[in-house]
Ligand binder design. Structure first.
Ligand SMILES: *Cc1c(COP(=O)(O)O)cnc(C)c1O
Length: 230
């Protein structure tokens, strides 16, 4: 086993032991922003399939390098309307939908031959002015629009809680997300994904009901500076 595989297996073991008994597997999304395509290739060799990227241009460059490698591509970063076409054409999941204006652009650009684009609504759960994501009061309206749009399928919610030093404050945010998720799932049977938790807090997120965690540095080590200018 290579060092990459050892790290990946250790992360999977931590995810399993954080998962409440009786829950089905929590998905590990490997967040590869700031990492070279070669690092993705290594983890794919160890059996990892789902990778998350923040920047569309950076991700497209890696997709070209990795042509033929089986990767499930997720966009987790803020989305500009002029990038909707690229996302609809080249990704499997969008985890950061935060406004209604993008919905028809995404649906129209999804190639008819491909399965629908899986969509998570990003929620600004701590009402931070610096953060992307919709207000919790807007979840239902956004969800209805996604469900009504051919080429898209609503899968759930994503959040990045404020990095509060007090764990009880972080847990309170994760619990609020879990309640929004359960309410949404009760209305839309297609909803099955609650994406929350990163390298520093994924165990708390899983305890509060996350079905997917997004892990960057704890898997890959420090990020390299390869974020292109917006
Ligand atoms: C960078 C990023 C992550 C991963 O963060 P780490 O702290 O490196 O695990 C997860 N989610 C989003 C939206 C990110 O931008």
């Amino acid at each position: 086993m290579t060092a990459h595989c050892v790290t990946l297996e250790a992360m999977r073991a931590r995810i399993r032991s954080a998962s409440p008994a009786g829950t089905s597997g929590v998905r590990l999304l490997a967040v590869s922003k700031g990492q070279p395509a070669a690092a993705i290739r290594e983890l794919v060799r160890c059996g990892q399939r789902a990778f998350g990227e923040n920047y569309v241009q950076e991700a497209l460059a890696k997709q070209r390098e990795l042509a033929g490698v089986e990767v499930q591509w997720h966009i987790v970063g803020p989305l500009q309307s002029n990038k909707c076409r690229d996302v609809a054409q080249h990704f499997d999941w969008l985890e950061s939908l935060d406004r209604a204006k993008l919905v028809p652009l995404l649906g129209a650009a999804r190639p008819p031959g491909r399965p629908p684009l899986n969509v998570l609504i990003q929620v600004n759960i701590d009402d931070e002015s610096s953060k992307h994501g919709c207000n919790p009061s807007q979840i239902d309206e956004l969800a209805r629009r996604v469900v009504a749009t051919p080429g898209l399928v609503l899968r759930g919610l994503m959040a990045i809680p404020a990095p509060h030093p007090d764990p009880s404050m972080r847990i309170a945010s994760f619990r609020r997300m879990s309640r929004h998720f359960e309410a949404l799932r009760a209305r839309h049977p297609c909803v099955d994904t609650l994406s929350m938790g990163m390298s520093e807090d994924f165990e708390e997120a899983i305890a509060c009901g996350a079905t997917e965690v997004r892990i960057g540095t704890a898997l890959f080590g420090p990020r390299h500076q390869m974020e292109p200018a917006p």
